[in-house]
Design a protein around this ligand. Structure first.
Ligand SMILES: *Cc1c(COP(=O)(O)O)cnc(C)c1O
Length: 313
């Protein structure tokens, strides 16, 4: 098995902008989207130890859950192919034909799909014993990775993000979906560094509890003391909800690419950086600070988005 991802070469790019200079702020984007050639960003970090665990325990297939545009589905399929594990994707909603880009790529990487109704998802019984048993009957034994990939081993993988940042800083920011990534970052840092999460979904307050749960499961299962309480969520930059966009967000992502030559995704990193820019400009909270924004990847989904909205970035 090969976990070499050439970690030390992940770039840390300084953002050059006069509004930052004026406030004596140093902002860097940590390009964790470049941490692996195919399985980009945090999804690679979250899968890494799960793949190892599956292999070590003799499983020959992985099963996981996600929406039709899910970065996690795309990443699991690619990782499975690379690691010689079959992959099964339980996809929320009706069958999509022809397949969208994300699912087509996953299928090309060998993933087999089963679609389940949105109701079944909403009722939140997708991990229910009977349902899982029926999946085992259909597909045989598998190693199960939860939706979005967030479990204790995913948190462990994400503790490695900060190991790769070799400058001193005050604040580190990341986008949040299920909270696994931020949990790993929190667990890896001392209280002197502030961690700020930007939920990509509406009403992101509920994530606080999920993050707490991920942190306590991580400390119990992996016997690791998490002491950092210096973290918070900024829930105002969801743009109407998960995977929703507004013209000003599209405009921001386009300009960011033009000026900084860094491509952001629409669902997560675009919203985080929009929010961070907005807060920097309209509050004094970040004055004189060194800030790291983690680019967690996700640009695989941009094509589908651009087609759907009939735009180009
Ligand atoms: C999935 C994803 C996230 C959210 O990660 P969580 O660990 O679920 O909070 C953030 N950014 C990108 C690009 C993602 O694909």
């Amino acid at each position: 098995m090969n976990f070499e991802v050439n970690e030390n070469n992940i770039p840390l790019e300084k953002i050059i902008a006069s509004f930052l200079t004026k406030k004596n702020i140093n902002l860097y984007v940590f390009r964790d989207d470049l941490n692996h050639p195919e399985i980009s960003g945090n999804k690679w970090r979250k899968l890494k130890y799960n793949l190892q665990e599956a292999k070590e325990n003799g499983f020959n297939q992985l099963l996981t859950f996600g929406g039709a545009f899910s970065n996690h589905i795309a990443a699991t399929a690619a990782a499975g192919r690379d690691f010689g594990l079959k992959t099964i994707g339980i996809i929320r909603g009706d069958e999509i034909l022809p397949l969208n880009q994300t699912l087509q790529l996953a299928q090309d990487n060998g993933m087999v799909f089963k679609y389940i109704s949105r109701e079944q998802y909403r009722e939140n019984n997708k991990y229910e014993k009977l349902f899982i048993a029926s999946l085992r009957e259909k597909f045989g034994e598998f190693y199960m990775v939860p939706e979005g990939g967030s479990n204790s081993l995913a948190v462990k993988g994400c503790t490695e993000i900060s190991n790769n940042i070799d400058i001193d800083y005050d604040v580190i920011c990341c986008a949040c979906g299920t909270g696994g990534t931020i949990a790993g970052i929190i667990a890896s840092l001392d209280n002197d560094k502030q961690v700020i999460g930007f939920p990509a979904l509406k009403g992101g307050e509920f994530l606080k509890e999920d993050i707490q749960q991920l942190l306590s499961a991580y400390s119990t299962e992996l016997n690791y003391e998490v002491e950092n309480s210096n973290w918070s969520l900024v829930t105002d930059y969801h743009f109407g909800g998960f995977a929703k966009v507004k013209p000003e967000l599209i405009d921001f992502i386009r300009k960011f690419k033009e000026k900084q030559n860094i491509l952001l995704d629409f669902i997560y990193t675009g919203k985080m950086l929009f929010g961070l820019y907005d807060m920097i400009q309209n509050t004094n909270h970040f004055d004189n600070k060194v800030i790291i924004a983690v680019h967690t990847g996700g640009v695989q989904g941009n094509k589908g988005f651009e087609e759907r909205l009939n735009i180009t970035i």
